[in-house]
Design a protein around this ligand. Structure first.
Ligand SMILES: Cc1cc2nc3c(=O)[nH]c(=O)nc-3n(C[C@H](O)[C@H](O)[C@H](O)COP(=O)(O)OP(=O)(O)OC[C@H]3O[C@@H](n4cnc5c(N)ncnc54)[C@H](O)[C@@H]3O)c2cc1C
Length: 498
């Protein structure tokens, strides 16, 4: 049911995990006149996982919200992530946040993807840096060339601590308390009842209660859109070990496993591993044993997290807007949860700003279309990772190759099979807000060596330009700054980089 326009002057955010705090902080920074309160339960706590971001994260905080990156680096202690190194398909390859395969170098007749061969892992300075374990190229003065076209690895607990301080600086009220029940009437929430007897009300409720989805799912019974035809995994086992002499890699690793895949995320002092698997193909015990044998250094007790893939249909239902795990979940194969949270938070803030805090049904309808589209785009893109990965021949991967529903990715995959890595008419297949774009699809399809009908044979002159450029990227990367060099550099007392 759509809400009728009403003036929103008080917002209550249920949940103090990264979703609740990002939403509260964004709303208060963009709408200082609105009262924003976060209600969070210390007893229930936060999920405590979610360690990789996409490039949408620095853009949200440092460009959209104009926050000071120095505070963030000091308090959240992130490291830089340039992309994902996929141990996937016949050979390994890099997925970056840059445009490498969809651009055309002026001297060449086709876009870069057409020159990629079986040995190519990337074709730009970002993938060259990844191949050399370098975070940034250097400027002529030798300092790292920092930019915002990267993502981060951040420990969830440190991120939440930084967000809490940022919220307090903006005068967001943070209250401890556990909601026992929600009062609802006419498809809207009328009040929340806390376990200690308090009753709280607001004009708009943000449901950021994580997998519990207290308001959107439980209280309002919003219909659920299931993604299990495209994404078969439903569990993860997570553990890690303290870093000793291992260099800090500027990327996440995504490694094919017997019944799913394993991430490796790089924190300054901790290496985090997680095996995402399908319980229909492997038991928890077998998954744990495969995980341990791949990661003999594991130092803490592995933790199993269960999840289901999908989303609630209308993220804005009545006077409730969901953000984060409370609106849905997809596995972190492209580490997109924090990206969705910042997109949901900024879209909500912009909706309220533009509607003078009285959003009409037409805007709410578009909000829902835009945000559910962003979720479905991720399902579609992840489906391509499963449908074409030929690295292992286990029952799980055979089922993925045979049965994965490509859903909205079907058109772009069919186009690729007929036309190769062409970018012609890409905008008519993928809408401009698709965060992976044609670049992402080309990287995944070429990376997994999915055959296509239009291979291009480079001319001798093109072959020379190709190898010369790759060599130039490589020598630039060799001279680049590692994560350790860059951390040292930003921590100098007088470094002027912000
Ligand atoms: C295995 C796994 C790996 C992941 N990896 C990544 C990744 O690499 N990158 C990424 O971006 N994301 C990742 N995620 C997603 C990540 O969990 C989310 O991005 C993020 O942490 C958002 O969590 P949240 O705030 O929605 O939920 P939570 O952290 O669970 O917070 C929920 C909040 O609601 C409160 N709450 C709940 N019920 C009540 C109640 N009744 N009363 C009061 N308060 C209540 C809780 O106390 C808590 O404060 C991963 C998730 C999983 C499961």
């Amino acid at each position: 049911m759509q809400s009728t326009p009403r003036k929103i002057s008080r917002i209550l955010v249920l949940g103090g995990g990264s979703a609740g705090l990002i939403a509260a902080h964004t709303l208060k920074r963009k709408l200082p006149q609105v009262e924003v309160e976060v209600l969070r339960s210390k007893e229930i706590g936060i999920i405590g996982v979610g360690e990789g971001t996409t490039a949408a994260f620095p853009r949200h905080f440092f460009e959209y919200l104009k926050m000071n990156p120095q505070d963030f680096y000091k308090e959240a202690e992130p490291t830089w992530k340039l992309g994902i190194r996929f141990l996937w398909g016949p050979e390994e390859f890099f997925y970056t946040f840059s445009r490498e395969y969809s651009q055309r170098w002026p001297e060449m007749s086709r876009n870069v993807g057409f020159y990629v061969d079986r040995q190519t892992r990337g074709a730009g300075i970002t993938s060259a840096c990844m191949a050399r374990d370098k975070a940034f190229p250097r400027k002529p003065d030798g300092s790292p060339h920092l930019h915002n076209n990267h993502a981060f690895h951040i420990e969830n607990v440190k991120l939440v601590a930084w967000l809490e301080k940022a919220c307090m600086r903006e005068k967001v009220k943070i209250t401890d308390g556990t909601m026992a029940s929600a009062e609802a009437a006419g498809g809207e929430i009328t009040a929340l009842h806390l376990e200690d007897g308090r009753r709280v009300t607001a004009d708009l409720y943000i449901d950021a209660s994580g997998f519990r989805s207290e308001l959107l799912g439980r209280a309002l019974g919003t219909p659920y859109v299931d993604y299990s035809k495209s994404l078969f995994c439903d569990r993860a086992v997570i553990a890690g070990w303290p870093r000793t002499h291992e260099p800090i890699k500027p990327y996440t690793i995504a490694e094919t496993m017997n019944a799913g895949w394993c991430w490796q995320i790089e924190h300054e002092n901790w290496i985090n591993r997680g095996y995402v698997y399908s319980s229909a193909f492997i038991s928890d015990e077998e998954a744990l044993s495969e995980f341990r044998s791949k990661n003999p250094k594991i130092a803490n007790e592995p933790r199993v997290v269960k999840f289901r893939s999908g989303r609630y249909r209308d993220h804005w239902t009545g006077n409730v807007v969901g953000v984060g795990n409370s609106v849905g979940f997809v596995e972190p194969l492209e580490a997109t949860a924090l990206q969705l949270i910042v997109v949901e938070s900024s879209t909500l803030a912009d909706t309220l700003v533009d509607s003078l805090c009285e959003p009409p049904p037409s805007l709410i309808k578009l909000y829902n279309k835009y945000n559910s589209g962003a979720w479905d785009d991720i399902r579609d893109f992840l489906a391509v990772h499963y449908a074409f990965n030929t690295r292992l021949d286990t029952p799980f991967w055979r089922a993925c190759r045979a049965d994965t529903d490509l859903a909205g990715a079907t058109q772009v995959v069919d186009f690729y099979k007929e036309n190769g890595p062409s970018v012609v008419a890409a905008d008519s297949m993928l809408h401009p807000s698709n965060s992976f774009g044609i670049e992402g699809y080309i990287v995944m399809l070429l990376g997994q060596q999915v055959p296509h009908a239009k291979p291009h044979v480079p001319t001798p002159q093109e072959a020379k330009i190709w190898s010369g450029r790759l060599a130039a990227f490589d020598s630039h990367a060799v001279a680049g700054a590692s994560v350790e060099d860059t951390l040292k550099w930003i921590r100098q007392p007088n470094a002027n980089w912000a």
